[in-house]
Design a protein around this ligand. Structure first.
Ligand code: NDP
Length: 452
């Protein structure tokens, strides 16, 4: 049987574009791709990239005081949102153009419209055109979800926060995950009076407790009103403001309320139900270790599969899919020991097991140090950083590394190599320190602070 394409990809985000490019450009496959929104997907258009630019923009406010303390004659001003936002829009347009060009230059035929699956080898575009393909790859990503409650329609999500008409004077951010905690820091740094509600006992559930505790403490020191054990009961519009009634009995007004209470996979209305493609509890597409669904010609990668929802993971899944399907080299996706950074302020870099996970798994030693970094301490700052290693007592392997510090994302990328290689504590110790940098503590901690 002959098909229009060897591969049809639904979704032009990081994972889909990578798979399409490599299948077409490096493997000579005939590839089609459909994207109903903007090319680049969540990461490039409404996630990692604009978020990181906002982190950069927000960090300047803290630098002015430090510069003054170092002797600079410098005055703080305010962020001009229009200037920043204008540049942001231009940059996102540029990046989207790059994504489109990647596809074009690799011979991928792309359509700017929604596609659904009609049968195991056929997709239908929104204009009614049908295309056949030997393989179909679903890479449709995810979207923010806001729970239903009175006034929930007044909330914005991370999709809208990048394109506010003006910077609000006050914002409430609801949620305690990556997105909520990152945006609390961003908004606070941009000069917005920032409140964060989290329903649980500590933000960033699932990560190392000591690290979470320090991040929350520092966020509060920076001026964010982090209210733990608190949720929204109802919201009402009051003039230009939103009145929020909270579970802790308080009522406050905010200019903007942003919900970052989780994301859902974009797997609805794609035609999958009729084909019997299995969906999980959150609606995600269920796939095996090769990203294959129960329908052999249909694969899925990235956030729509809700495995590890990170851009570099989606890209890995896309590459492994191409290796498996187009190179005849079955390649399972390795989801072990993925280093990651959370761009809270202070930043958090982490790989491997938390102290709690390590202790639950086997006897461990914990090496940790928390101190005032030189640059801030000189300026009179009270901020602290944390360097922490979780070590197996039996194998001496470093099971986890957790860094709360400026630049922690950069540091954990490198520490992640050692941890992924299975480095032992003694391997870390044999490495000569780089002096004077914060990360030298990772190779100079001699005594465990505790065992568990
Ligand atoms: P998360 O699932 O990480 O966090 C959701 C938060 O909202 C949790 O604190 C959760 O509380 C809370 N919550 C859930 N439902 C409700 C509710 N009904 N009312 C109040 N609070 C609620 O989602 P995010 O939106 O923060 O991020 C989604 C994903 O995006 C992450 O898993 C991550 O993989 C990815 N991401 C990665 C980034 C990075 O690498 N730096 C940056 C941003 C996103 P509870 O803990 O009690 O469940």
């Amino acid at each position: 049987m002959s098909f229009d394409y060897d591969l049809f990809v639904i979704g032009g985000g990081s994972g889909g574009v990578r798979a399409a490019r490599v299948a077409a450009g490096e493997n000579g496959a005939k590839v089609g791709l459909a994207e109903e929104d903007r090319y680049g997907g969540t990461c490039v258009i409404r996630g990692c990239v604009p978020k990181k630019l906002m982190v950069f923009a927000s960090e300047f406010s803290g630098m002015v005081g430090d510069a003054q303390a170092y002797g600079w004659d410098i005055q703080a001003g305010a962020l001009n949102w229009d200037t920043f936002h204008g540049k942001l829009v231009t940059e996102l347009d540029r990046l989207e153009g790059i994504y489109r060009n990647i596809l074009k230059n690799n011979g991928v035929e792309s359509s700017d419209q929604r596609a659904t699956v009609v049968d195991p080898h056929t997709v239908e575009l929104a204009d009614g055109t049908r295309k056949t393909a030997k393989h179909i790859l679903i890479a449709t990503g995810g979207r923010p979800v806001v729970p239903e409650f009175p006034g929930s329609d007044l909330a914005i999500t991370s999709n809208e926060i990048f394109h506010l008409e003006k910077l609000p004077q006050s914002i409430l951010i609801v949620g305690g995950g990556y997105i909520a905690s990152e945006f609390a820091g961003i908004m606070n740094g941009m000069g917005v009076k920032t409140t964060q509600f989290y329903r649980g006992a500590q933000i960033l559930r699932g990560f190392d407790e000591e690290a979470r505790g320090l991040i929350c403490e520092e966020m509060r020191q920076n001026g964010i009103d982090v209210r733990l054990g608190t949720n929204v009961l109802e919201m009402t519009k009051e003039g230009d403001k939103i009145r929020v009634k909270a579970t802790d009995g308080t009522e406050d007004q905010f200019d903007v309320v942003m919900y970052a209470t989780g994301r859902a996979p974009n797997a609805d209305n794609l035609g999958l139900e009729a084909l019997g493609v299995e969906r999980g509890r959150k609606g995600e597409i269920v796939v095996d270790e090769y990203s294959q669904t129960g329908v052999p010609s249909i694969y899925a990668i990235g956030d729509v599969t809700d495995r590890v929802n990170l851009t570099p993971v989606a890209i890995r899944e896309g590459m492994a899919f191409v290796e498996t399907v187009f190179k005849g080299n079955p390649t399972p996706v390795d989801h072990e020991l993925i280093p990651t950074a959370i761009f809270t302020q202070p930043e958090f870099g982490t790989v491997g097991l938390s102290e709690e996970e390590g202790a639950a798994q086997e006897p461990i030693e914990v090496y940790a140090t928390s101190f005032k970094p030189m640059q801030k301490a000189f300026a009179g700052g009270t901020q602290r950083v944390l360097m922490k290693l979780i070590v197996s007592q039996a194998t001496r392997k470093v099971l986890g590394c957790h860094i709360v510090a400026p630049g922690a994302g950069e540091m954990i990328q490198l520490a992640g190599i050692a941890v992924k290689m299975g480095a032992t504590k003694e391997d870390f110790d044999r490495t000569v320190a780089v002096h004077p940098v914060m990360a030298e503590e990772l190779v100079t901690m001699r005594q465990p602070v505790r065992t568990a």
